[in-house]
Design a protein around this ligand. Sequence first.
Ligand SMILES: Nc1nc2c(ncn2[C@@H]2O[C@H](COP(=O)(O)OP(=O)(O)OP(=O)(O)O)[C@@H](O)[C@H]2O)c(=O)[nH]1
Ligand SMILES: [Mg+2]
Ligand SMILES: [Zn+2]
Length: 277
Amino acid sequence: MVGKIIKNISNVYTVLTKQEEIDCQLRGIFRKNKNPPLVGDIVEFDKDTKIITKVMPRKNMLNRPKIANIDYCIIVTSLKKPDLSLNLLDKQITYCLINNIKPLICFTKLDLITKDETKKLNDLKKYYEKIDVLTFDNKHINKLLAFLTNKVVVLIGQSGAGKSTLLNLVEPSLNLKTSEISLALNRGVHTTRHTELYNLQNIWFGDTPGFSSLDLSIFSKEKIKNSFVEFLNYDCKFNDCEHNKEKDCEVKKAVLNKEILTSRYNNYLSFLKEASK
Ligand SMILES: Nc1nc2c(ncn2[C@@H]2O[C@H](COP(=O)(O)OP(=O)(O)OP(=O)(O)O)[C@@H](O)[C@H]2O)c(=O)[nH]1
Ligand SMILES: [Mg+2]
Ligand SMILES: [Zn+2]
């Protein structure tokens, strides 16, 4: 039989077929394998033993959170509690693009920011839209839903950002567990512990455990550079310009001219330092 893995908690993989959900286990070969099946995978399994025997080729995957075959990734980004981190936001955008997944941003906690901060947010939204990253917020989810019909969409972001809350807004009867952040640490308390796909309003949504940091060190400088798509609009003197220490760099000029956000450029330099080669 064939189905889609919609949930994985330790050794149990819940597979959805056309008729039902069936809890399956892995064949030994997968357990030794460094590349086990993921939530989102289409798999073959034995109807009697309920053992997964084969994973179909994937379109794409993420390692953190672990999930496969995604159309869009919503980067759920809290403005306060936990506070907005443009470094983490840009890192998540880079992470999605390197993995061939289209990122969107959903801002949360707009009710907790000042008028001045709202104005800054609107400028920020314009910039990200210009580089082809659509932005939404959790006060206007209908706009988001209309856009995502029939897609597989994974929610990623810091613990406490409001991922599970967003899905409860889409479908209140879902009633996913959510928790207030720790005020002492100003960060979430890791409420969601596993990745699970939910079909809500004809969209597959993946709720995932939050993280506080992401590691880009396995990626090359070249890949990181190419993920800053706005840099590709500039012709530097050297073709392989890293936009770093080089003189006569058009990207650096564009930062000075305020065509490129200073935060984007500084985050780029910080990611380069992390890169593998
Ligand atoms: N004021 C305000 N609070 C919000 C908003 N969205 C979410 N919250 C609150 O933020 C807290 C964390 O929300 P969760 O949905 O649990 O966050 P999460 O991203 O799922 O966190 P993890 O499961 O730990 O990764 C909860 O107390 C929510 O009620 C919002 O737009 N405004
Ligand atoms: Mg959650
Ligand atoms: Zn350059």
